[in-house]
Design a binder for this molecule. Structure first.
Ligand SMILES: [Zn+2]
Length: 321
């Protein structure tokens, strides 16, 4: 049985990408207003034709759907609106604290907005959303692997210059072609500057990617880390050192990190004493809410109320907020 206290307590979400988290209605509205060609014409078609809800061939196939967001993130007012709406929706869903992450290079790639202008716009939106809802929100700065080491260094410099605005740095994108070992130097500088580190790893690649995230990049948390289950030594290390895995069940299914729901290792991570949290990853493309992630974890992955109490405690303990 869940206690009344745990039922009423608000949730903490640690892994959601701000730059691809649009309401269906907002995405449809912006595409129309900006005159962008898109595979949908209205809110309903965003849900039925754009959202990726079935299992894709790979993470890369899912990432290829992200271009539309870059075209829509065109002005500071749009960035501010997107950030405000994410917080409003989080508040309405019963989330009390949320870490949102975005990639400055991805966000400004098409618009050409300066990274500083884009950051200020996102911050205004977060503040407005927080004022309206009381949700505690913070930002993580993502280094996009696919833009290479040079841009990675510039992104880390930007995060360090704006240390007051960022809780942590992250590495995301194509894990196979741009492995962790390419990014040792910039992440060392980030750690030296006192920024927390979380790394997307073990999502498209095997356990070696998680080892490298820990040993080469100093990751304190891992985004996904699904393939860790294949390596008993790594499982012990994650449990021993208390490295939290930010698990996003729907994303793991859609990007084929797991071949089927039955194969999801969430329960095995919990049983091994590894801290885990539940998050939505990219709700603007998977069309999923945090509540639905919890429901799927219960229905498809066999988690109990006691498991959810543990998960909620871990999220509150391991947040960078
Ligand atoms: Zn992610």
């Amino acid at each position: 049985m869940r206690t009344d206290e745990s039922k009423n307590r608000k949730r903490t979400e640690l892994h959601r990408h701000l730059d691809v988290s649009f309401r269906a209605s907002t995405l449809a509205d912006l595409v129309k207003t900006l005159g962008i060609s898109a595979p949908f014409h209205d809110e309903e078609e965003v849900r039925t034709k754009f959202w990726v809800t079935r299992q894709m061939g790979s993470l890369g196939e899912v990432l290829s759907c992200f271009g539309i967001f870059q075209q829509v993130l065109r002005t500071p007012a749009i960035l501010e609106r997107v950030a405000r709406e994410v917080i409003e929706d989080a508040g309405a869903e019963g989330i009390g604290a949320i870490e949102l992450r975005y990639s400055p290079s991805f966000t400004s790639k098409v618009s050409g907005l300066s990274w500083g202008v884009a950051l200020d716009a996102f911050l205004r939106g977060l503040e407005a959303g927080a004022r309206a809802t009381g949700v505690n929100a913070g930002l993580i700065c993502i280094v996009t692997r696919d833009y290479g080491v040079g841009v990675a260094g510039e992104t880390i410099d930007f995060a360090i210059q704006n240390k007051d605005a960022f809780l942590a740095v992250d590495l995301a994108g194509n894990e196979e072609q741009f492995p962790n070992k390419m990014f040792v130097e910039p992440f060392r500088r980030a750690r030296d500057a006192g920024l927390h580190v979380t790394i997307h790893a073990g999502e498209a690649c095997g356990p070696e990617s998680v080892w490298d995230a820990l040993d080469l990049l100093g990751a304190q948390r891992i985004g996904h880390g699904i393939s860790s289950v294949k390596d008993a030594e790594l499982m012990k290390r994650l449990a021993r050192d208390g490295v939290l895995l930010e698990i996003c069940p729907t994303s793991n299914f859609v990007t084929r990190s797991i071949p089927s729901w039955d194969a999801h290792p969430l329960k095995r991570f919990l049983d091994a004493g590894i801290p885990v949290s539940l998050s939505t990853d990219d709700p603007g493309i998977f069309g999923v809410t945090l509540e639905e992630e919890y429901q799927r974890a219960r229905r498809l992955l066999g988690l109990s109320d006691a498991d959810f109490d543990r998960i909620d405690r871990y999220a509150r303990k391991y947040t960078f907020l």
